[in-house]
Design a protein around this ligand. Structure first.
Ligand code: 13P
Length: 288
């Protein structure tokens, strides 16, 4: 199945009280592991690409070519969206050109009026081209590609203002952060989430920083309208741990163990296991 935008899968998720995972990709192994797991579990999936990962993988066109090739060669039949993660205004336009099926415009660092103006312009372009668009209000904490946010809670009224622009989905800060959560993390603000969902109604809400959020908080967030959950760091940690084990056991020194197809295999399997665990937790298994 060719790439689809994220609208239908997220509308269904919101109605069905589950969430679709966005798993960020970093290279071919990542992409293949995520797609094969989604297919095996019959789950819809969103492949996330940050601007930094986009540069690393030789640009958006390279990524579109790789993903489209895999969908065909691996016989993927579940819905797959290719989504720009935390895009700048220029990055969003470049991804639309390159053939992504979904973009996020992160204008959360602009004053709200400027965030609204830029989001509105991109909504019109995405509508015209049949793409889905995610907007952000209230910055997500932690560091991602050098952008550091404090993990603030979004203003529900501002969320309503941005939701009304016709975006497909809305990321709102509710105390979540990217990367590992610190020991003294206060947890998600369900009060904020509840207020946002009451004002934004059927709009699918997005939870960033999915790594390390306890299962009960994930379930509660889904019950309060979260329909898309982003996971990046957790796949990186699983990949690194499995690769470390392979090398520490000296397997790269045995026979042809240095062959990248062998060396990267345990990491690729570890990503599959993490993606499976998340899809089961989010409730998207069998919803393709
Ligand atoms: P984590 O790296 O914390 O899983 O966050 C991913 C994310 O929100 C991508 O936008």
């Amino acid at each position: 199945m060719p790439l689809v935008n994220a609208k239908e899968m997220l509308t269904k998720a919101k109605e069905g009280h589950y969430a679709v995972g966005q798993f960020n990709i970093n290279n071919l192994e990542w992409t293949k592991s995520i797609l094969l797991t989604a297919q095996e579990l019959q789950s819809p999936v969103i492949l996330g690409v940050s601007e930094g990962a986009g540069k690393y993988m030789c640009g958006y066109k390279t990524i579109v070519g790789m993903v489209n090739g895999m969908l065909e060669e691996l016989g993927i039949t579940v819905p797959v969206a290719l989504h720009l993660d935390h895009g700048s205004y220029e990055g969003a336009k470049a991804c639309i050109e390159a053939g992504f099926s979904s973009i996020m415009f992160d204008g959360s660092h602009y004053p709200i009026e400027e965030n609204v103006a830029k989001t509105k312009e991109l909504v019109a372009i995405c509508e015209d081209k049949g793409l889905s668009i995610e907007a952000e209000v209230g910055s997500i904490g932690g560091e991602e590609d050098g952008v550091v946010g404090a993990g603030e809670c979004a203003d529900p009224e501002e969320c309503k203002m941005v939701a009304d622009l016709g975006v497909t989905m809305l990321a709102a800060g509710i105390g979540n952060i990217h990367g590992k959560y610190p020991e003294n993390w206060a947890g998600l603000s369900f009060e904020t989430l509840d207020a946002i969902q009451q004002l934004t109604g059927a709009m699918p809400l997005v939870l960033h920083g999915g790594t390390g959020i306890p299962a009960d908080m994930i379930k509660k967030a889904i019950s309060l309208g979260v329909s898309k959950i982003n996971v990046n760091t957790e796949c990186q940690l699983s990949f690194a741990e499995a690769t470390r084990k392979y090398i520490e056991e000296g397997k790269d020194l045995q026979g042809k163990g240095f062959d990248p197809r062998k060396l990267l295999a345990p990491g690729a399997e570890a990503i599959k296991a993490t993606v499976k665990e998340k899809m089961e937790l989010f409730g998207s298994v069998g919803k393709a």
